[in-house]
Design a binder for this molecule. Structure first.
Ligand code: ATP
Ligand code: MG
Length: 385
């Protein structure tokens, strides 16, 4: 008999070879996430079991596990032999005052009692040993969960702590997040990582128009995302010269449109150089002039990779809610400027057209600007603090 952590994972797409890959990736991600703890990991069919850890570190381990994509829940459990007497003896020691129900899952059909029989008989054992206990199947105060698994072991636990859900990090490939210092883009990165995308990020800054702290803020945000995303390579690209050139040569109402188109071109090049299959932004429809349907069309038209905008249909409050949950909100609201606020035109165009944007771009040497920006980029690999 020992204390363990019982982990549940999603089974939605688990078939054939995909299933093995998914599981191997998930287990690898868990090991990486717990690299600074000592523990053992077992993988009986349908569950993952963490054991032999320092009991004082249990809560820290659980907290870490809640940030692993692909895991649904973690339970602090007692591991027993899948032996009828051993299970009944253990359950007879459980102290309960109040309402309860037993939920049994007999995965291994070799075990002599069915799930229903287990529930009924173990319920009776608890009632016998606890004068204050009472069965309530609908709204019990305590759930006594008993699982008989295929590894000739059984698990008893009371609670399941919710984990991040989604798909294992890396199972969907790799993509590039356009990371500003705002509230939306970190949330966009988190949401796509949750669907299995490993993330790299690019940040454009306009030093000295924007401050050194503005850049530090984005590095902090990327580190905060690493809680979930493990490791993020951050590409830091100077946008100063590009903005000056746009400011000098293009119509001010098209300034942001052209900026965005150049950001997208640079992003696509970074993707191609780093084997990243998509671009991610924190755009939300109608939030500002550059996020109207027409604006999005005009900026999207310069790239051929897919662009994921997971918060496109979110209200600001919905985005803030996620930002608070994942711990990026407090950093995002620090008052440092973004490069998009430098040379900001009074009246940005709300319904730009591709034709007019292309006309404005004739006054710039875009290829050269993009190449210079890329060749001067700084790259930092960030990890969890
Ligand atoms: P955010 O809260 O993410 O900054 P926002 O509501 O301020 O978004 P915009 O400033 O219009 O909106 O930016 C839209 C998206 O463009 C951002 O979500 C981000 O993906 C990308 N973006 C904007 N500025 C930058 C930047 N300086 N570096 C990298 N990406 C940027
Ligand atoms: Mg912004």
């Amino acid at each position: 008999m020992k204390k363990v952590l019982l982990l549940k994972f999603g089974e939605l797409f688990l078939k054939g070879k995909n299933k093995k890959d998914f599981e191997n990736l998930l287990v690898g991600n868990i090991r990486k996430k717990l690299a600074d703890f000592s523990f053992k990991l077992a993988f009986p069919m349908g569950r993952i079991v963490i054991s032999d850890y320092d009991e004082f570190e249990e809560d820290m381990i659980v907290k870490r596990l809640t940030t692993v994509f692909g895991l649904i829940g973690v339970s602090k459990a007692t591991e027993l032999k899948a032996d009828k007497d051993e299970i009944f003896n253990f359950v007879s020691t459980i102290k309960i005052s109040g309402t309860f129900r037993v939920n049994a899952k007999r995965a291994d059909k070799k075990f002599p009692l069915s799930s229903m029989e287990l529930e009924r008989e173990l319920g009776a054992v608890i009632l016998e040993n606890n004068k204050e206990a009472e069965v309530d199947l609908h709204n019990p105060k305590y759930h006594v969960n008993v699982e008989v698994r295929f590894n000739d072991l059984a698990y008893v636990y009371y609670e399941t702590i919710k984990c991040a859900g989604g798909l294992p990090l890396g199972s969907a490939g790799k993509a590039l997040l356009l990371l500003s210092g705002g509230i939306d883009s970190p949330v966009a990165g988190y949401l796509m990582a949750k669907r299995g995308l490993k993330i790299e990020a690019v940040h454009f800054h306009s030093y000295p128009y924007t401050s050194e702290q503005a850049k530090e803020k984005v590095i902090t945000l990327a580190k905060e995302l690493c809680e979930y995303c493990d490791e993020i390579k951050l590409h830091i690209v100077s946008f100063t010269k590009i903005q000056e050139q746009i400011h000098m040569n293009c119509d001010s109402e098209y300034m942001i449109t052209i900026m965005r188109r150049i950001m997208m071109r640079i992003a696509e090049k970074i993707c191609n150089q780093n084997d990243l299959g998509a671009i991610i932004t924190g755009e939300s429809l109608g939030q500002v002039a550059s996020q109207t349907m027409q604006s999005i069309n005009v900026t999207n038209s310069v790239v051929s990779l897919p662009v994921f905008r997971p918060v496109i249909a979110f209200d600001k409050e919905d985005i803030v809610e996620v930002a608070e949950k994942i711990g990026t909100f407090e950093t995002s609201i620090l008052p440092y400027e973004d490069c998009c606020t430098v040379f900001l035109p009074k009246y940005p165009v709300i319904k730009p057209t591709i034709k007019k944007a292309e006309y404005q771009e004739k006054f710039l040497n875009i290829e050269n600007l993009v190449d210079v920006a890329l060749s001067n980029q700084e790259e930092i690999v960030l990890t969890r603090e």
